[in-house]
Structures are given as C-alpha cells and as structure tokens.
Design a protein around this ligand. Structure first.
Ligand SMILES: [Fe+2]
Length: 333
C-alpha cells in the first residue's frame, strides 16, 4: 500500500470509528513528503434550484483531486440557525446523500453558523436547547471542536459561535471554555509539529478592506472578534495554515509564517453564481514542509437561483447594512 492509499485508508477507518485517526508516513531519512488536502466550504445544501445535482458534481470533482485529507469548512446546510429541526432535515439529507456520502475520503467537518439548528427560530418553532446537537449527530462527533494528527501535521478545528441577543444574532468568538481546551491541546503538541487550523469564521482577512475600503474591520458576525487572543495561543508553535470560510471568496494571505486561506464557496453567491470574482468551487492545498500551494477549482456550475428572488427571513442582515458594505444582495453568510 503506498503512502497516499495508506493515509486514505487510515482516515476512512478512523472516521468510521468516530475518533481522531492516527496516521503517519514519516520518512526517516528523506525530506517531509507532500500532503495534499482538499478543502471545501459553504455548501449551503438545500433542495431547490437543482442544488443536489450541483453537490453531486462537487463530490465528483473533490474525488478527482485524490486528496490525502478532505476538510469541510462548514455551512453544510443553509439557514439552520433560524429554522426549526423539521425544516432542516431535508437539507441535511440532501447534503449527506448528494455530497458527504459520495466522497472517497470522508470529510472532517468544522461547524458553520448555518449548521446550528433552531438557535433563534423565525418559523414559530421553539428554540433548541442545544443548537449544535443535530450537527454532532449528522457528523458522528462528540464535540464541535477537535484536534487530531494526520501525516505529521496536527489539525485543530474550532467552533467560533457565540449566540447573542443583539442585531447580529451571533458573534465570532472563541469562549473561555474553548480557549482553555485549546491551550491544553497545544501543550500536548510538539513545537515543531506543523499545525493546520480550521475555523469557519475568519481569523484574518482583507475582505472588508478590499470591498468596503481601508479602515474597515469586519462586523462581529463576519469575523472572529477575539482573533488576536486565539492566534497568540499558538505562539511557540508552527501555525502553518489556517483554513477559513464564511465570506464565500477565494483569498490567500501570508502573515508572518502563517498562510490564511478563505476557501471560496461550493455555493458561490449562495447558489446565485459568482460573488466578488469567486465562482462555485473548492480548493486543493499542497503542502511540502514550509511551502504551501493553493489552487481554487471551479465547479463549472450554472446557477439556477433567480438573482432577485428568494431573499429569505434570515438573509436580511446584509440589507440592513450589517455586512460587507452593501455590494452583496440580501445574503447572510
Ligand atoms: Fe457562514
């Protein structure tokens, strides 16, 4: 069994057992081998506008990448946050059947804001006691944040959502409990181990400067507000790569020795086509020691969602000017 097959088999086995995998392909004498990681995010599964067909196309294209590791950055379904459990079940089913279960290498998935269910329902249903419960059940995980080794790297996944009663409804924030957990995990990781951090909401982005202008920081429902506290926790470690989502644009930043990638969106502009120059797609990261290569692959999907129609209850944030400076059109990320 070659290195890639070994790693894929380990991942598949570990995912089936529901615990972090331990796979290693250390090369005792030679340089570190390449790790190929396929990263897709912001799928916003739903049943309308041929979205299941688009997700099946995405699964085929992801399988073609032959990645050692497949990571999903969250927002698997759309509008869970403001919907009741019954309303979201067809979306989870569509996601699982058209995309997740079609993958040759099962995806490890970070939670997105849309994956919370019944946090603040707008359809008259009761708020869920635990809006993360359905995500954990669908993904077969015990926690919405995790840390696991893969091929000489350590992957750390965060859950950056704090539900609030203000106009934003949630803030990007890593709370005290999770910070404590993170610091405990980092103590167990050797300083020389390269770390891949996955967080649905961006820890660092130039999106607001690029779309609204210099001097604009992201609103609290668009970025992680205590990002410096989180990033400072990695001091003394090799934070190699940060994979982010939520903004639906393809962006790569290099700050000090860390590469920050915002991975576009499988759904593009929430199934309406291109958004700020990013089309429906996903990315392939090739890592060799300190070098990182990022390639964004478009699905080639023709959007079926009417441009002007379907602005839903939960998509008013942007209309109210809370996000992205008004170039977007009534869309909650
Ligand atoms: Fe999101």
């Amino acid at each position: 069994m070659n290195r890639r097959n070994f790693l894929a088999a380990s991942l598949a086995g570990a995912a089936g057992l529901g615990f972090p995998m331990r796979a290693s392909w250390a090369t005792p004498a030679g340089p570190r081998e390449t790790l190929r990681l396929t990263y897709f995010t912001d799928i916003h599964a739903r049943t309308e506008w041929d979205v299941p067909e688009a997700m099946a196309l995405a699964a085929r294209k992801i399988n073609e990448t032959d990645g050692d590791l497949v990571i999903c950055g969250g927002d698997c379904i759309t509008d869970g946050f403001q919907s009741g459990r019954e309303a979201v079940m067809p979306r989870w089913k569509a996601y699982q059947e058209s995309l997740a279960k079609q993958l040759k290498v099962p995806a490890r998935t970070a939670i997105g804001n849309h994956d919370l269910v019944g946090a603040i329902p707008e359809d008259g249903s009761q708020p869920e006691k635990d809006p993360r419960a359905l995500f954990r059940k669908e993904m077969g995980v015990k926690m919405t944040y995790s840390s696991f080794p893969v091929g000489g790297y350590q992957v750390v996944m965060l859950d950056p959502f704090k539900i609030t009663d203000d106009e934003f409804k949630y803030h990007g924030f890593i709370d005290e409990t999770q910070m404590k957990w993170l610091k405990g995990e980092l103590e167990k990781i050797k300083p020389e181990t390269p770390i891949i951090l996955v967080c649905h909401m961006p820890l660092l982005t130039s999106f607001f400067q690029a779309t609204v202008g210099q001097g604009k920081a992201g609103p609290p429902n668009r970025v992680v507000t205590n990002n410096l506290e989180v990033l400072e926790a990695f001091a003394g470690h090799r934070l190699h790569l940060v994979l982010q989502g939520h903004l639906h644009v393809n962006e790569i930043l290099r700050w000090r020795d860390t590469t920050f990638i915002t991975g576009g969106a499988v759904s593009g502009k929430w199934w309406r086509g291109e958004y700020h120059g990013t089309r429906e797609g996903f990315g392939v990261v090739t890592m060799r020691d300190a070098k990182i290569n990022w390639e964004y692959r478009e699905l080639g999907w023709e959007a079926k969602r009417p441009q002007g129609a379907g602005v839903r209850e939960g998509e008013r944030e942007r209309e109210r000017g809370l996000v992205d400076g008004g170039r977007g059109q009534g869309i909650a990320s």
